[in-house]
Design a protein around this ligand. Structure first.
Ligand SMILES: Cc1cc2nc3c(=O)[nH]c(=O)nc-3n(C[C@H](O)[C@H](O)[C@H](O)COP(=O)(O)OP(=O)(O)OC[C@H]3O[C@@H](n4cnc5c(N)ncnc54)[C@H](O)[C@@H]3O)c2cc1C
Length: 304
């Protein structure tokens, strides 16, 4: 049983800019959770000693490979090598910090079953301070990681509809996989994933496998595929792919299909993407309580 008390953050773990969710607030919350687990005798075999929401732990780069469209798949694992699974729920993110102190949040798409590893998809931006430096690092190099943070609660819903754009799909891949792995889960899952081109579709194989389940549908939208007739020849048999974006009529249809279902609406993409889908849902009278934004953005959302 690995459930040591949360570690207090050091002064250097706090950036000192008055974050809404300061690492010291996180620490207080984690302590309350830990006390509750102890009270009700709920321990588990997760390696809570290797990932802390309050202090950074060393992780090494196990692998790094390009996936196209400036996106790279990275695997990080606790160092030294350790056995067990990291205490991360899908849709939660971790903060990865480089040697110079620069830190950014990323959302694991997969967790190693027994090697304390996690996989993330990272899009490199032109002039990106973090991604530029990470790309220069190699397998074996060590970063610091703390987390997990955020995440969505989805219990009590009949259906989850997800809108993902580009690497935003990372937030949903693990969630869908873990729900489908659970034989008892009857939640209807509908993923709408917008991507520029077919080559840029991330985790295409996994998504095609998910779409074969009775309770999961995956709809891809290719927004900048120039040679549609050529591209459509390489679609797989169970792929549902549309040219262009989701129009307002398309949104109306998607929303209509959810009538009589208690639905959770999740959005994860860039700023414009998030604002578009958030507005569309609000225009169709979806209550804000049922919409969650998995914040992957640089600007804050305008809420009307
Ligand atoms: C909760 C959360 C989870 C995240 N999960 C992931 C993830 O799983 N994979 C992933 O690739 N990224 C993810 N991000 C974004 C990530 O944290 C960084 O912001 C991103 O990698 C860019 O960092 P940078 O320092 O290289 O770019 P910066 O130096 O901060 O920015 C460089 C340029 O890129 C633009 N830019 C930066 N970030 C974005 C963005 N997200 N969308 C559009 N333009 C942008 C900036 O406007 C700027 O012009 C997540 C963000 C949040 C808040």
């Amino acid at each position: 049983m690995y459930d040591p008390p949360p570690e207090p953050p050091s002064e250097s773990d706090c950036c000192g800019t008055g974050c809404a969710d300061c690492v010291f607030d996180v620490y207080d919350r984690e302590c309350a959770r830990w006390r509750r687990r102890r009270r009700i005798g709920e321990g588990d075999r997760l390696r809570r000693d290797l990932l802390s929401a309050t202090t950074h732990k060393p992780y090494r780069i196990v692998s790094a490979r390009p996936l196209g469209d400036d996106v790279h798949a990275y695997r990080f694992a606790a160092t030294p090598e350790s056995v067990g699974r990291l205490p991360v729920a899908y849709t939660q993110h971790v903060h990865i910090r480089l040697a110079d102190g620069l830190s950014r949040p990323y959302t694991p798409v997969a967790l190693g079953d027994d090697d304390c590893s996690f996989d993330v998809l990272i899009k490199a931006y032109l002039g990106g301070r973090f991604t530029g430096r990470l790309l220069e690092m190699t397998v074996g190099d060590v970063v610091a990681v703390r987390g997990p943070s955020g995440g969505v609660r989805h219990d009590g819903y009949d259906s989850i509809v997800m809108f993902g754009g580009g690497t935003g799909v990372a937030a949903f891949v693990g969630l869908i996989g873990s729900l489908l792995d659970n034989d008892k889960c009857e939640t209807l899952l509908r993923l709408h994933y917008l991507c520029k081109t077919l080559d840029g579709v991330l985790m295409r194989k996994e998504l095609a496998e998910y779409a074969a389940y009775w309770n999961c549908s995956v709809h891809l939208y290719l927004t900048r595929e120039h040679d549609w007739s050529q591209c459509s020849k390489s679609f797989w048999y169970n792929e549902n792919i549309t040219e262009g974006r989701i129009s307002q009529d398309g949104m109306a249809e998607i929303i209509d299909r959810q009538q009589n279902l208690r639905t959770l609406w999740l959005i994860c993409g860039n700023d414009e993407f998030n604002q578009y889908f958030f507005n569309s849902l609000q225009n169709h009278n979806i209550k804000q309580d049922h919409i969650q934004l998995l914040d992957n953005t640089v600007k804050s959302l305008k809420i009307s």
